[in-house]
Design a protein around this ligand. Structure first.
Ligand code: NAD
Length: 381
């Protein structure tokens, strides 16, 4: 079939859902590829590079949406884009179905199918399509780079002719995909790195990366940190109190805090409070990767960088993957390509949206004029 990627129209979005490399792979599955002119420019992919990869470059969004049988996008469609959806068309993009009911209705009414990349089940077989993880990995890395960019000193300690420089001290709160990427980046830059998560099973992984797990003075068996499918559950008030107490103790000595703590379906827990910011040294930095969900730091302002009264920089950007658009487009386009591989089992350019397949079923939120969200729980682990 014809797979097309339009230019993202959300202001500031620099990613693109198809790269010249992913297009070559899609063609091996028997598909034809199209791209809207200029769609890859902000990610470093020129129209010429697409043409050379056998991709048809079309000059308007309208012609792309009307010719493509599969539309691959990064962001959920805007109202304007949703209005272009048509009978039998398949849209693959981030979609956030729980927050986008009206959009699902529109797709349903148009007779289109929607595969939400954010709904790919997090089982081993689907890791190659797990765009949440590929983007979280980039966000974690970029958070450390952003911290360094706003920090007035080295990460690593040095002894130079001009004097001895102490290493920076970094605390990563939340060691999921983004947190682990941040830990790896921070230790590789030479900072003394501490990390904390409510799931004690990540301690070993944290320590194998050269960071130190922050243990609480608490009976672990009484905390229910790890619940549903490896995700965190809200901790008990008693546990939370211990956690905040520990952070207060650390705050005066921490130069950089990177927070990534999330609990599925809830606002981000407030873990780095105003008084902790006040205890930090001037010039310290907080990068709040949970900003979009309300922030882990009490002072975070979403999509902004602010400086507290005592000179601590607090960054609440929500577009870290887009700030590394070449890398994020490359990984995202690969996630999409793997999804297309599973949707094209015979590599003959024919799509089989097999609703018996756990991964395809889980990610499909609209199909055959029905809303198919939420999906039944996956059978395979
Ligand atoms: P997430 O973004 O939902 O949360 C980030 C981290 O915040 C989690 O590790 C969570 O435990 C932690 N957290 C929550 N409350 C906290 C608190 N009060 N203090 C400190 N930390 C807190 O997580 P994610 O990155 O999406 O990953 C969630 C889990 O899913 C992880 O175990 C991850 O390894 C797993 N996973 C599995 C697959 C797979 O395919 N098998 C893929 C991706 C992720």
């Amino acid at each position: 079939v014809k797979i097309g990627a339009p230019k993202e129209i959300m202001p500031g979005e620099a990613r693109v859902a198809m790269t010249p490399a992913s297009a070559k792979e899609l063609q091996k599955l028997g598909h034809e590829c199209m791209i809207e002119a200029g769609a890859g420019m902000r990610a470093g992919f020129t129209d010429t590079a697409y043409s050379e990869a056998g991709v048809e470059v079309v000059d308007s969004a309208d012609s792309l949406w009307s010719a493509a049988e599969v539309v691959a996008k990064v962001r959920p469609p805007t109202d304007e884009e949703a209005a272009k959806l048509r009978e039998g068309q398949l849209l693959i993009s981030f979609f956030w179905p729980a927050q986008n009911e009206a959009l699902m209705e529109k797709a349903k009414d148009a007779g289109a199918s929607v595969i939400a990349m954010d709904m790919v089940p997090r089982i081993s077989r689907a890791q190659k399509m797990d765009a949440l993880s590929s983007m979280a990995n980039i966000a974690g890395y970029r958070a450390v780079i952003e911290a360094g960019n706003n920090f007035g000193r080295f990460f690593t300690g040095q002894v130079t002719a001009a004097g001895k420089v102490p290493p920076a001290t970094v605390l990563i709160v939340g060691a999921g995909v983004a947190g682990l990427a941040a830990i790896g980046t921070s230790t590789s830059l030479g900072a003394i790195t501490y990390a904390f998560d409510v799931r004690p099973e990540v301690a070993e992984q944290i320590e194998s990366m050269g960071a130190e797990f922050v243990f609480l003075d608490f009976d672990e068996s009484s905390q229910d940190g790890s619940a549903t499918g490896g995700y965190a559950a809200p901790s008990s008030p008693e546990f939370q109190e211990k956690q905040l107490e520990k952070f207060r103790e650390l705050a005066p000595d921490i130069d950089i805090v990177i927070t990534t703590a999330l609990i599925p379906g809830r606002p981000a827990p407030k873990l780095w409070t105003k008084d902790m910011v006040e205890m930090m040294k001037p010039g310290s930095v907080v990068i709040d990767l949970a900003a979009e969900r309300g922030g882990n730091c009490e002072l975070t302002v979403m999509d902004e960088k602010i400086v507290s009264e005592n000179g601590v920089t607090i960054v609440g950007y929500t577009d870290f993957p887009s700030r590394m658009s070449t890398q994020s487009s490359t990984l995202y386009a690969t996630n999409i390509r793997h999804m297309m591989t599973d949707l094209t089992p015979d590599k003959d350019g024919v799509i089989n949206q097999n609703m018996e397949d756990d991964v395809i079923r889980g990610a499909t939120v609209v199909h055959a004029r029905e809303i198919t969200f939420p999906p039944p729980p996956p059978k395979v682990k």
